[in-house]
Write a protein that binds this ligand. Sequence first.
Ligand code: FA5
Length: 347
Amino acid sequence: MSEKKDLIEELKALQSKAKSELEALVGEKALTSWKSEYLGKTSPVMQIFKRLADAENEERARIGQFANEVKSALESMYEQKVNATHQAALSEELAHEKLDVTIPGRRPLRGRLHITTTTLREMYRIFAEMGFQIYRSPEVESDENNFELLNIPTHHPARDLWDTFFTKKEGVILRTHTSPGQVRAMREFAPEPIRVVLPGMCYRYEQTDASHEFQFNQVELLVVGKKINFANLKGTLEEFVQRMYGKDVSTRIRPSYFPFVEPGGEMDVECFVCGGKGCSVCKQRGWLEILGCGMVHPVVLKNGGYDPQVYSGFAAGLGPERIAMLRYRIDDIRNFWANDVRFLQQF
Ligand code: FA5
């Protein structure tokens, strides 16, 4: 009997010890260890249930009921303390972090079109007004289309003009210019007349500098038909430049060599930075080259399926990044693909 009485006393003492410890503790960690100490499987209260196994029925029921009451009391004390602790943490947080719900939200960052994309679209718009359609051709090309069919045989020294990225597959390269699309378009449309622009990325294994990247865009122009002549080429390019840069811009076409045109030339635009006087951007020349051009070579016409006795054509390869540089006075082409938002977000 006295053992049983002791158990009751023990439970009372336990409850008051647990209570005063709980009241004094601070923080989540201390709460967790209190819980395991007083309510865990090995806690004294739980042990008392075990110790009751040997007691007589009546005693067991009475002390068991009391132990259950103590356990419930401890659980509810614990719940209250948890709530109070959370509440205190929240009040503390609110007191320190002042939240002003009237402050306007942060504007989400919006992407924009790349400067080359907007320049390309502007070019398409101008050429579309002149009746050109867009014709897409692949960036991974055959050596045959990129060189052979453009009148540049395997060991021709003109291949040095295009430092090439080769793939591991024999005869497959990254196109060095958009001109291979000429043959593709001709073979698709012959003998119909053609008026297309062929845009896209080109790749050259070359040293980069302020006006040369190893990856850049070109827009190829191709016109094939009867009685197409050099005046058509010159007129089209001059019209394009005026629509792109305004009526006052000066241009010139210099003779130049490309194996797939005859005669061939390059078009320069008067340097916008120095107005033609000579500066570091135009390398003291006063002019900036923006494209190569010429009358389609008879061999290329034949390769494309056109009879050079009946048909003639002109072609040009424009550099949209160079065109954008002139328009926005950008002094280094390497900015275009460096992915620096400070540069990109200006356009
Ligand atoms: C060609 O690639 C010829 N296929 C162009 C052509 C087409 C001539 C049709 C005749 C008829 P070229 O290598 O000069 O030519 O390049 C043409 C234009 O592409 C240049 O005027 C320039 O605007 C641009 N370009 C060339 N190389 C680079 C480079 N490394 N980085 C940036 N732009 C370049």
